[in-house]
Design a protein around this ligand. Structure first.
Ligand SMILES: Cc1cc2nc3c(=O)[nH]c(=O)nc-3n(C[C@H](O)[C@H](O)[C@H](O)COP(=O)(O)OP(=O)(O)OC[C@H]3O[C@@H](n4cnc5c(N)ncnc54)[C@H](O)[C@@H]3O)c2cc1C
Length: 403
């Protein structure tokens, strides 16, 4: 049938947008708006309602929780433009991604690059369906910033390794099904003696002790390994390649953490709107306090510049084959901006910004305080800001290592 000259021809992208809209209309109930049950929640998994479970399964079946991962492993197989359309339409519908956590953020992309075909087929689809939780076994009591000092030892026993040692700060270790772990297979070399292993958290000899924080929460654990048998098929890459693979995973982690983490939980509302509510407006309708107004404007400009830079870096990194050391710049700047926003929010709210519990405080105020406090961790985890600055100095600026 002939189309009118004024009609815009339907493009493939328009068709895809239509497909997304139909899918969302059929699968995302409006009652779930704002009821994000993300797998990455710091407080631990909350009980999924049947509605939330149905939404996770629908997204998992489409592969749209990991839109750009290959279709053959359960991903969406979308190109960048399609993924953007998906994100736009989900935002329009108020829909959230029910599939997340360390499997999506860090482990999946790393395994897709370094894993064997059998490992990809085994581990990627359950991540894409949101069925499996992964935790990260990197840090040890004497191996944080100096990660290559890790001592957890995996002894070669023919068809398996026997693992002994201790990890610490294992986020979500008590809820995880599996752990991607850096272990030592050679005591004579530092970085070159490290190997990347996949471990079952319910294997005999794995013991998890949640670390209780002053807030009463236990978002991370100590993890002990005593004579844990790990089949050789669970080694990613070669023996001694763990440092290279482990660093790659950190680049994915740092890129993902650059959003500032929970310091942005109040990010749906602009700082100016928060300020207008608590500080009031002048006769021109602007934030009444000129000094505060200038600081908010500076933050908004810095944030916008950061977002544009992040978009440019992501586009460039796609062109050159993925994440790189530039992730250290994104993490350093993004987390600093996240902390600054949280500080400004608390300052704007005055005494109302310091509530811990009680009826005198709104939900947003209480959430804001927790976000402000948790924001402190963002410049530590995934490698501290000082360590990122070292990476930037050495690997990006090419400055000499004087150590
Ligand atoms: C909330 C949270 C969650 C975490 N989750 C996990 C997890 O799931 N899995 C995991 O393996 N780890 C996790 N970690 C651990 C995290 O990776 C480490 O805390 C981090 O790498 C710093 O190591 P550290 O705590 O041992 O501090 P240290 O390495 O002892 O550092 C102490 C201080 O010295 C500074 N410093 C150290 N070396 C240098 C240097 N060469 N130059 C300049 N300054 C330096 C650091 O910047 C820091 O300020 C988590 C941490 C936090 C806070």
């Amino acid at each position: 049938m002939a189309t009118l000259a004024t009609e815009r021809p339907t493009t493939e992208l328009d068709d895809f947008r239509e497909e997304v809209r139909t899918f969302l209309a059929e699968n995302f109930p409006p009652s779930l708006k704002g009821k994000d049950n993300a797998m990455s929640a710091v407080e631990g998994p909350t009980q999924e309602t049947p509605e939330q479970a149905a939404w996770r399964k629908a997204m998992g079946a489409k592969g749209w929780g990991v839109p750009t991962w290959p279709k053959q492993y359960g991903g969406g197989g979308l190109n960048r433009e399609q993924a953007k359309v998906l994100a736009e339409e989900m935002a329009r519908a108020g829909a959230w991604n029910p599939i997340g956590g360390m499997g999506v953020m860090m482990f999946g992309p790393t395994l897709l690059e370094y894993g064997s075909e059998a490992q990809k087929q085994e581990h990627i689809p359950p991540i894409a369906r949101g069925e499996i939780r992964w935790c990260q076994g990197y840090s040890e009591p004497n191996a944080g910033s100096d990660l290559a000092n890790l001592q957890t030892f995996a002894e070669d026993r023919g068809d398996h390794y026997l693992v002994n040692g201790q990890k610490t700060w294992t986020s979500g270790g008590q809820w995880a099904d599996k752990c991607f772990c850096l272990v030592r297979t050679d005591k004579t070399q530092k970085q070159g003696g490290i190997t990347f292993l996949l471990m079952d958290m319910d294997a005999p000899g794995v013991e998890v002790k949640p670390i209780r924080m002053i807030s009463g929460m236990s978002p991370f654990c100590e993890t002990f390994f005593t004579d844990v048998k790990v089949p050789k098929e669970n080694r990613v890459g070669e023996e001694g390649q763990g440092w290279t693979i482990g660093k790659r995973l950190l680049q994915h982690e740092r890129t993902n953490l650059s959003g500032g983490g929970s310091a942005f939980r109040t990010a749906g509302v602009s700082l100016a709107d928060i300020a207008k509510k608590y500080v009031g407006v002048d006769e021109q309708g602007r934030v009444a306090d000129p000094d505060l107004r200038a600081r908010i404007a500076k933050w908004e400009m810095d944030w916008r510049v950061f977002q544009l830079t992040a978009m440019r870096v992501m586009a460039e990194s796609k062109a050159v084959g993925g994440v790189s050391e530039v992730s250290s710049i994104l993490k350093t700047v993004g987390t600093k901006l996240g902390q600054e926003r949280a500080e400004l929010t608390i300052e704007i709210q005055g005494l109302q910004g310091l509530g811990w519990e009680g009826e005198g405080f709104s939900e947003a105020e209480l959430t804001g305080v927790r976000a402000w406090l948790f924001g402190k961790a963002t410049t530590i985890y995934g490698g501290s800001t000082e360590v990122q600055n070292n990476v930037i100095a050495k690997r990006i600026l090419g400055m000499l290592d004087h150590q």
